[in-house]
Design a binder for this molecule. Structure first.
Ligand code: CP
Length: 312
């Protein structure tokens, strides 16, 4: 693949190759000397048009540890504020010969559009409610390491599914790897056409969590609710917030996941989120750096194998 725009086009064997390589980067990241020269001579530009802590920091660290020249564009301070379009901004940066563009944008499809206009590799760091492929890959790596496999698991994805690019990418990835996926949440926060996703749907959290191996919690993404139904946080926590009592419905060794950022006391109890016997939330963050290193490593191999495109 030239770009990583989503999970949709990836085959199961490609996902496995990526996760195997990510495991190697986990070891490198745990070593005293974390440097490699994999991206030496390459330029990586991070363009985040939406706030981020984990994704932005891990892409920056990943690029620097692999020897790339990494530039973080401050989109708040860019000429976007003077009315320049996304495409003109991307083409301007493209003229400076970057090799990797990492892009987050609030609009679904914006990263795909941008990828058609540039001649470097583009990585989708989250676009609207569409896809967040590196999040799904790091979730998959976390599950595989915790459970020893990434198939025939029962996985509950809970909360605001409708507005979640994390849910969308995870449903595709975990489905391709032949897991049983349950979507748990209020009907108002389920996407339209949910029946076609090949998942079981539950409105009752206690039923939805019964005997699952993995519980993946999601934040209420109010920034994408467009003035539609926003539940009361207190009522939401009562019905859908994960606490020890609701988790007791899952298997005794079920793991608790959350992509972050978390809203403690809204979708998850803070004590449970910090319980190192059940929660793998910090492991997810750690896997994020390794997965992003593996993604950029594989894209760089493709870049180096292709003749350099010369701009008109
Ligand atoms: N999970 C995730 O994408 O977190 P950030 O918004 O902090 O990058």
């Amino acid at each position: 693949q030239r770009h990583l725009l989503g999970i949709e086009p990836l085959r199961p064997d490609e996902i496995t190759t990526l996760l195997d390589l990510s495991d190697k980067y986990v070891s490198l990241n745990r070593a005293r000397d974390k440097r490699s020269s994999t991206l030496s001579g390459l330029t990586q530009i991070n363009m985040f048009f939406e706030n981020s802590t984990r994704t932005q920091a891990s892409f920056e660290l990943a690029g620097k540890r692999m020897g790339a020249d990494v530039m973080n564009m401050s989109m708040q301070a860019s000429s976007i504020k003077k009315g320049e379009t996304l495409i003109d901004t991307a083409m301007t940066l493209n003229a400076m010969h970057p090799d990797l563009l990492v892009v987050r944008h609030p609009h679904s499809g914006a990263v795909d559009l941008l990828a058609q206009k540039v001649n470097c590799a583009v990585i989708n760091a989250g676009d609207g409610r569409h896809e967040h492929p590196t999040q799904a890959l790091l979730d998959a790596l976390t599950i595989r390491r915790a459970k020893g496999r990434l198939h025939r698991l029962s996985i509950a994805i809970c909360g605001d599914i409708a507005h979640s690019r994390v849910a969308r990418s995870n449903i595709m990835l975990l489905g391709k790897m032949e897991n049983r996926i349950r979507l748990v949440g209020p009907a108002t926060l389920m996407p339209s056409g949910v029946a076609e996703l090949g998942c079981e749907v539950y409105e009752d959290m206690n039923e939805g969590l019964k005997d699952v191996d993995v519980v993946m919690m999601l934040r209420l993404q109010k920034e994408r609710m467009d003035g539609g139904f926003i539940p009361s946080e207190r009522e939401y926590y009562h019905r859908y917030g994960l606490d020890a009592e609701k988790l007791a419905r899952a298997k005794p060794d079920a793991i608790v996941m959350h992509p972050g950022p978390m809203n403690r006391g809204v979708e998850i109890d803070g004590t449970l989120a910090d319980d190192i016997n059940r929660s793998v939330i910090q492991e997810q963050v750690e896997m994020g750096v390794a997965v992003r290193m593996a993604v950029m490593d594989l894209l760089a191999r493709n870049l180096r194998a292709r003749p350099k495109e010369v701009m008109a």
